[in-house]
Ligand binder design. Sequence first.
Ligand code: M6R
Length: 609
Amino acid sequence: MCGIVGYVGSDNAKEIIIDGLKRLEYRGYDSAGVAVVQDGKILLKKHVGGIANLENLIGDDPMASGTGIGHTRWATHGAPSDVNAHPHLSADEQIAVVHNGIIENYVELRKMLTEQHGIRFRSETDSEVIAQLIGIHYEGNLEDAVYKAVAQMRGAYAISVIAADQPEKIVAVRKDAPLIAGLGKGCNFIASDIPALLKYVKEIYLIENNETVVLTPDSVKIYDDERNEVSRDVFHVTWDADAAEKEGYEHFMLKEIYEQPKGLHETISRRLNEDGTIKLDGISMTREDIEGFNKIYIVACGTAYHAGLVGKYIIEKLAKVPVEVDVASEFRYRDPYVDDKTLFIAISQSGETLDTLAALREAKRKGARVLSVVNVVGSSVARESDDVFYTWAGPEIAVASTKAYTTQLMCMYLIGLYMGYEKGTITREYYDQFIADLMDVSGKLEASLKNAGIIEGLSRMLYNKEQVFFIGRGLDSSVSYEGSLKLKEISYINSFAIAAGELKHGTIALIEPGTLVVTLATQDFLYEKMLSNIQEVKARGAHVLSIAKEGNTEIETHSNEVLYIPACRDEITPLLSVVPLQLFAYYVARERGCNIDKPKNLAKSVTVE
Ligand code: M6R
């Protein structure tokens, strides 16, 4: 949930670290800090709040040094404050550490350090124990001290460490939290995420679990947990530096909404053979494998879970196999029935969501075949899966997920079509037409984004609603969950989604005159049923904002406002209908003066339970 950047070389480390931290601020923005090695001492600056606060604190101080580490925090242990911010120092101030993750045995370690070594802790964090542990073990060899400390730690961590008397060295360790090393010329980098380094390097090493990296200006060496040096292939990053810039958009979220036509096109067009059939690159499933699955679990969190809801509908319909969708934090603890005939599909933008990763491991342990749909190449979920299907959305920086969701949906369609065609549960004609329709979506979306002004105008009228309901049936119901999540997470409006048919079984009690109800009515075969539900809320005075397909003017007589999506087959409306909901959430949040890219209490990647 936090971001790490480190630099060792001859340029000003502080400048590079601050620049990298700004690109990682989406990972955490409760506090930030930087430490550099300067004249045999550690120079430390840290401050509660965003990177701008840290910059103000640093002011004109050049912090001249070529070696340093920095961190942007999303608080777990200890409230956001100056002292709880990273880096943390050892008692003698010779060691500085930044940490992502959680040290599970920190209470016991803290007790031991206090009672046996007389250490007085400065912060309430679990992370400080790492600095103190390394501090007590340090006798001039930083790698030694780090190995000894790590042997005493339990939990998930990516750490980076510097020592006051080692002016050209960073030691970093990874266990269950992302870590990459960037390979420069006469300089090297460490970071939790690729966007931090895009401006500087395109060649990186993906660090594996239980590996230690030792960086100097001229070398990056990786060692396993027994201190054997390991070789690693260089990974070439294809994202360009602009991908992590706002490029004139007011917010990353808006930029990413507008990037959806491109993301969808990339995700499908790279997967078509010359004869128009789908090639599932990264997936080695044979027809026999597909026929052998008697059950599919789709497991994910948040927005990715909502993509799974659509996936269930599509895969069941096309491939005629039962699909269950679950949130990862529930799946992993409920002893689910999984065996070697189960296909487990994990969906994750970051590929680092701890609950999703843990659920994946549980499914694997029970014998399931694991397929992941992931955006970040080389991420933990991708690496631990049998097959990986990348979403090709490009880096998603805004905390509120948008282009990851639509590209995840596209992957669900491709997987469903592929499986259905291989199994013979759909005809070639149906398959070809479906693919052609999917190919058309990106153009349709591009055109419909031109109506953003209408949604902006609407949001000016509706931004001060205190609660909002989202209702729909079938696929519209799945999309309504995502519309509701988007609105609540960035505008802080109390919003709630429910299958329209369920409304009358309780929730309708909350509908009052003026309550905003967003109704999704894009499914032709459910339209009349949906109209009845619209009438139910209308009769209780609700303000009805409907989402419908172009050409359906009739719905205007039942709604206060209607937002239209381009006409298309019912099955693919989620790719189009979510977009006005994303834009509505965006403009409402902007109207309410919210911090759209960095909503309160949230972080982009949830690497803790
Ligand atoms: O990286 P992941 O896709 O695994 O993240 C899962 C959720 O944390 C994420 O989708 C979250 O719900 C979004 N911020 C919502 O916009």
